[in-house]
Design a protein around this ligand. Structure first.
Ligand SMILES: [Zn+2]
Ligand SMILES: [Zn+2]
Length: 328
């Protein structure tokens, strides 16, 4: 069994996809992040970034069992799902969880997204086996030797279990789930589509405490948020953060590394690079997410390294492989 724990970014944009010359460096696909824990594949959101990820999973024969988590059901987080290749594979088993008022809410929304009026193929016509369920904040998602299941607590689980906790945030219209994925003592917090509060979001800070990686919404420049950027009306109350808000949560939660996420679709690479520089001045271990960014959190279990803080290996942005550039 593989010992790797890796986080890979396949779609980093918010709102709508933005292909083109101005977004080559960071990429134009909407939100989708892969967490690979050993042999297990966990996907956070199904924006258009999940499309090249799905092809890669099928190509590398890693499509047998997949756990897909939705932060919420706004279309920039679901629009890639109808093009997710493993969903069409008869041997693939998909566990799909997300928010919703009743356990059936999530499947009803996904079915509606693929109704005869809006898409050629229905959800139930996709050949994979799907377990689709809305989950409650109090539930814990567990993936261990026994498979994927929902539990009421994380008590009594081995270090080998992938454990996912949920924080329900109201800092986005309609609410949003923040996930904390933990495996072998390492954890990644995925906090997209969230707006900061004065003095930081204390519940989020508590939830993200000491995470190795915090992926945080940082959609807006300060001037844009305040309505002081020409051509960009104020976005206060839209449910997204500025770089400063993201950095405040990272600093207060003493996270290892901050990844700026859900870039505004109207922002060019130059603007995102500027935001990354601002973030670094506020929280040194910051990076702006780009398609292809991979963070290696593989725990080093050799006795001399045990207990030491791991350093994260970052790749520098490089031309995207062809599969990333393909568009549907
Ligand atoms: Zn979004
Ligand atoms: Zn949203």
């Amino acid at each position: 069994m593989s010992d790797e724990l890796k986080v890979k970014f396949w779609g980093v944009r918010g709102s709508y996809p933005t292909p083109g010359a101005g977004t080559i460096k960071y990429g134009g696909n909407t939100s989708s992040v892969e967490v690979r824990a050993g042999e297990r594949t966990i996907i956070l959101d199904a924006g258009t970034g999940i499309i090249p990820l799905g092809r890669e999973l099928a190509r590398s024969k890693r499509s047998g069992e997949i756990l897909l988590l939705f932060s919420h059901l706004h279309h920039d987080h679901t629009q890639g799902f109808p093009f997710f290749v493993p969903a069409y594979m008869p041997n693939a088993r998909l566990h799909i969880f997300g928010p919703g008022g009743t356990p059936e809410t999530l499947s009803a929304v996904l079915e509606r997204n693929q109704s005869t009026e809006t898409f050629p193929l229905g959800l139930r016509e996709m050949a994979s086996t799907k377990n689709i369920q809305s989950v409650r904040e109090s539930q814990v998602i567990v993936w261990d030797e026994a498979g994927v299941r929902l539990a009421e607590s994380a008590g009594g689980l081995s270090d080998e279990a992938v454990v996912i906790r949920i924080h329900k945030s109201y800092a986005h219209p309609g609410g949003v789930y923040v996930y904390r994925v933990t495996w072998r003592g390492k954890s990644v917090v995925y906090a997209t589509d969230t707006e900061g509060y004065v003095g930081t979001d204390r519940k989020l800070v508590q939830f993200a405490k000491n995470a190795d990686v915090l992926i945080h919404d940082a959609q807006y420049l300060e001037e844009h948020y305040r309505g002081q950027l020409v051509g960009f009306p104020s976005t206060q109350g839209f449910g997204h953060s500025t770089v400063t808000m993201a950095c405040e949560v990272a600093a207060a939660s003493e996270t290892g590394q901050l990844v700026l996420f859900h870039h505004d679709p109207a922002y060019t690479d130059e603007m995102v690079a500027g935001m990354e520089a601002t973030a670094k001045s506020l929280f040194a271990d910051s990076v702006a997410a780009y398609e292809g960014l991979e963070i290696d959190l593989t725990p080093d279990l050799s006795p001399k390294r045990r207990g030491e803080k791991m350093t994260m290996k970052l790749q520098t942005p490089s031309p995207l492989p062809l599969s990333h550039r393909e568009r549907e």
